[in-house]
Write a protein that binds this ligand. Structure first.
Ligand code: GDP
Length: 444
């Protein structure tokens, strides 16, 4: 999974602090040492690691004391914030032209995922209501033109091509005219790639840039190539000037070094992340969400988004309101378990929740299987409305009655009540986190 190794190492480092009422300087030093090793092993640039550790240490030592957090949480909070910063701070959006079309030039080495990303980006922009035009400007490989045309057909998005005997500059110019006369407001140019950076390639890209003055030059790099990706970004930025990065293959990147270094090294943000081979697997890059994920706080925001897409919107809002006010009842719990089934493979959802690792995941999966859900349903249905609303009133004689009524055992009823308590605590955490993130401007 994405950044798995790094995530595991960091979480292990923080385990040290858990449950400590007081964190000594020594504790912090030890944790920082482990984080340092974790980052280096993740293939983050040496200098980036050094600066990162220095910043966190300074803040951790001279920190303002927040009453609401334990010292350990405080350290985690600082690391979290610095990780967000490292990943680029706030989300970097595409620049759009004051007058359409917006012209986006994709550049990068062969195999990085440039052509695929062109298709994915067009697809994403169309979902946002734009009218993209794909442009095949890689004139050295006929296969590249064909590949883009196939993608365009699959997506039903027009592809502008002039074969391989016209210069890339003229193709790009022709594409702009075509876009203007056909009402396409986003032009995505797939340029030539090479196996290695060479002068000829750079010259051609500079020529295209000079001729059409793109609003965005996005460099496509492969996350799996680690520090090489960062070096490629440095060179492209120095020689051509880039506005941002599309980091591909993050789905298979257990380390995370490239994603964590590229912004600090080049000063240019990651704008999109490739998360798979499919044409919908390109996402805007959210530093805050990724940082939370790396630290095992779970990608709460994605979860909420997913949940909202699956749930009936009004229903979801009601539920969130209840969570906020901690009015969540067993009735809602039942409802929610049933809704969870709609969210797709449970594993995906649960792995996004904060503080749920492999072991807890397995346990939860056991609990939320269809047979178990049927049992839970039966138990809740055997409760009176008052009991569902206020489970505290369920004493042992009520438990016996409920067990009898649902054909289960008292221990099953106990187990459910315990699960419910945990779920409720988790909901509360969500609500608080969500509130915090909203305040920080993380949710748009
Ligand atoms: P180009 O030479 O830069 O145009 O690269 P392509 O677009 O042809 O992509 C090269 C390979 O990488 C193809 O097999 C793609 O399916 C794959 N690929 C591209 N982006 C991603 C991604 O985000 N995740 C994964 N897993 N594979 C990707």
């Amino acid at each position: 999974a994405i950044f798995e190794n790094l995530s595991e190492r960091l979480q292990a480092a923080f385990k040290r602090l858990r449950g400590k009422g007081k964190v000594t300087e020594e504790d912090v030093s030890e944790v920082m040492r482990e984080i340092r090793v974790a980052l280096l092993e993740a293939d983050v640039s040496y200098k980036v690691v050094k600066d990162f550790i220095k910043k966190v240490k300074e803040r951790a030592v001279g920190q303002e004391v927040l009453a609401s957090l334990t010292p350990a949480q405080q350290v985690i909070k600082i690391v979290h914030e610095e990780l967000i910063e490292l990943l680029g701070g706030i989300q970097s959006r595409l620049t759009t032209a004051p007058k359409p079309p917006t012209v986006i030039m994709l550049v990068g080495l062969q195999g990085a995922g440039k052509t695929t990303s062109a298709g994915k980006l067009a697809n994403l922009l169309r979902k946002q209501g734009k009218k993209p035009l794909l442009v095949a400007a890689d004139i050295y490989r006929p296969a590249a033109v064909k590949q883009l045309q196939v993608l365009g057909e699959q997506l039903q998005i027009p592809v502008f091509a002039m074969g391989t005997s016209v210069s890339a500059v003229n193709i790009a110019k022709g594409a702009l005219e075509y876009a203007a006369s056909h009402g396409r407001d986003m032009v995505i140019i797939d340029t030539a790639g090479r196996l290695h950076i060479n002068e000829e390639l750079m010259q051609e890209l500079q020529d295209i840039k000079a001729a059409i003055k793109p609003h965005e030059i996005l460099l496509v790099v492969d996350a799996m190539t680690g520090q090489t990706a960062v070096e490629v970004a440095e060179t492209f930025n120095a020689q051509l000037g880039i506005d941002g990065v599309i980091m591909t293959k993050l789905d298979g990147d257990a380390k995370g070094g490239a994603a964590l270094s590229v912004r600090a090294v080049t000063g240019k943000p990651i704008k999109f992340a490739g998360m798979g081979e499919k044409l919908d697997a390109l996402e805007p890059f959210y530093p805050d969400r990724l940082a939370s994920r790396i630290l095992g706080m779970g990608d709460v925001l994605s979860l909420i988004e997913k949940a909202q897409a699956a749930f009936d919107q009004a229903e979801a809002e009601k539920l969130q309101e209840k969570m906020r006010k901690a009015e969540f009842t067993l009735e809602d719990f039942l409802n929610q378990m049933q809704q969870m089934k709609k969210l797709g493979p449970l594993e995906n959802i649960l792995s996004m929740l904060p503080g749920i690792g492999g072991k807890e995941l397995k346990e939860l999966q056991k609990q939320i299987n269809p047979k178990e859900m049927a049992r839970v349903e039966a138990i809740i249905l055997s409760m009176t409305p008052q009991e569902r609303a206020k489970p505290e009133i369920i004493d042992s004689s009520r438990k016996k009655r409920i067990a009898r009524g649902s054909g289960t055992r008292v221990q099953d009823v106990n187990k459910l009540l315990e699960q419910f308590k945990q779920a409720k605590a988790m909901m509360k955490q969500f609500a608080q986190l969500e509130k915090k993130m909203k305040k920080k401007g993380g949710i748009k």
